[in-house]
Every structure is written in C-alpha cells, then in structure tokens.
Design a protein around this ligand. Structure first.
Ligand SMILES: [Zn+2]
Length: 171
C-alpha cells in the first residue's frame, strides 16, 4: 500500500512539473486554460457565455468567437459532434483514477461490498461532474483543431471552414 501511494505521489509531482514547465506569464499553461474553458488560440478569452456550469439552462451556450482574440468557436456544421469521444475518454480516465484511489485508500475485495461501493460512488461522481465535463470536452475538442499561437494578439486565428448559422444546432 505504501508503495502504491509513493508511486501516485511521484506521478502527480511529475505531471505538475510538466504543466508548470510550459507556463509563463506570456504563455498561459495548456492544462489550466483547458480546465478554465479558455480559448485555445490565446488561452485568455472565455469560450462559454456563463461561467457557472451548474446553471443548467444555457450551460452549453458558447460565444461565437473568442472575446480576446476573435477566434471563431464553431468551425463547421456539426463541429462539436466529435466531443463525445473526448467526454468518453474523460469518463474512462476519471473511473480509472477513482478505481486506483479507492484501491490504494480503501482496498478492493470481492468478499465484501467494497467493489460495489466504488461502482456506486464512481457513477455518482460521473453524474455530478457531467456539466463541467461536457464543457471541458468541447474545449479540448476545439484545442485539437485550434492550436495556441504566440501571435494571437496580431489577429492570428484559425478561420472557420464552412460556418453556417442555420445549421449551428442542427445535429
Ligand atoms: Zn482567444
């Protein structure tokens, strides 16, 4: 058990170092900007109209372009359809993380109900986290197509391919 926790602490420190390394005042970090739902081009402007993901009405409403650099957020009709892959991946990652945490802290056994308690807790966790996860998935999806640019303040944006207002919510 001790070895498990040592290994986890080591991994966490490694991850934090990796994230901190790419972060400077001029260049906000990737992970922080993704978690804060910031525009992937400038990592400064907010992508969503509402800040609070738990105000469910309109929680997925996005600005049509980044208020800081002008990067369009809707790249083509049905652009955010692929978000489901990201949100599936995040769900699996959270389940694996909570499984490992449960295993290290509480332990797993089929001779009692500990495994089923984990299933229940993990399901609850995923449901409660759903609103921020859905928004994070969109932010990550957009960041696959729109990379950070040091020239963001010189109007360097990725142009939307076939933007069509009528088809915006057609999928
Ligand atoms: Zn921006």
């Amino acid at each position: 058990m001790q070895e498990h926790s040592n290994c986890l602490v080591y991994l966490c420190i490694k991850l934090i170092n990796m994230c901190a390394h790419t972060t400077t005042p001029e260049r906000p970090g990737l992970v922080g900007s993704l978690l804060a739902n910031k525009c992937p081009r400038c990592r400064r402007g907010k992508l969503f109209v509402q800040s609070n993901p738990y105000r469910l009405k309109g929680m997925m409403l996005m600005k049509s372009e980044c208020p800081v650099c002008g990067q369009p957020t809707d790249m083509e009709p049905g652009f955010y359809y692929g978000t489901s892959y990201v949100s599936y991946g995040l769900g699996v990652a959270i389940s694996v993380a909570s499984f490992i945490a449960w295993w290290v802290i509480i332990g797993m056994s089929f001779s009692d109900n500990r495994f089923f308690w984990w299933i229940g807790l993990n399901a609850t966790l995923l449901i409660v986290l759903q609103p921020p996860l859905m928004r994070l998935s969109r932010t990550i999806w957009l960041s696959f197509f729109v990379r950070y640019s040091d020239d963001w303040n010189r109007g360097d944006i990725v142009k939307a391919e076939r933007a069509n207002k009528d088809l915006k919510n057609a999928w």
